[in-house]
Design a protein around this ligand. Sequence first.
Ligand code: GLY
Length: 291
Amino acid sequence: MADGTGNWALVLHGGAKEIAPGKQKANRLGCLAALTVGAGVLRQGGSALDAVEATIRVLEHDPTFNAGRGSVRNTDGEIEMDAAIMDGATLDIGGVAAIRAVPHPVSVARLMLREQPTLLVADGARRFAEAHGAETCDPASLFSGTADGSHDTVGCVALDTSGNLAAGTSTGGIEGCAPGRVGDSPLPGCGLYADNAIGAAAFSGDGESIARTMLAARVMQSLESGPPQPAIEAAIMRLGRVGGEAGGIVLDRTGQVGWAHNSPHFAVGVATSADDRLRTYLSKNEEVAHD
Ligand code: GLY
């Protein structure tokens, strides 16, 4: 299936949200740190799956972002996180939802990847993590209180030098949400999708709106007949039907990049083998202004 050209590409995001001026530097530096790690994996010939997991682990460790250590609390004062990873070569998906007390939900999702279920939730997810040797932690260590805003997520899409694509997401959910609430992030076709024959996409934002409009599925459909930037812009436009804010990142199967958002800011990092530069942005306007 994979027909790699030796090209690689990686796009990450640190959330569709409003970034206060005092937090812009932390968002940019956090994206740059994760981009450095993910691009390094691909530059050395590593797999897209490894690059996506490694990138998201850096973002989960950074309390700037609402994922892992930066997660927000639900109405019970608890932290419940969602994450998923998808392999574009096999269409395998691993997902966890409403999982508690793990520092890296994306790595639990990665452990799920070759399992029959595509999604385990709550205590089932936690028990799977323990049984498979995933890291666990004190729930209190996950709450820093520094994540920006009420809704954001981290995500990553990657193309490796063998032509394999992967997508991943991780989120601490929405502040003050109902216990057990699950957003778009672990749902294939909503928060993420990857298919070597087409491309890979990941979203952030209002999970219920993204799920109701199937944004990742929409992008994949558009990518079958067109380039990634119009595809992601058209997906974000679909939110108008239901309302809500979101941002999305996409790669096509050749490594062409697209990203768009209707939120005030969208922290994004881009690196490709075309010039091997590490680029970070806090909004699409910034890309237009500086590229
Ligand atoms: N987009 C993340 C969430 O709504 O949970």
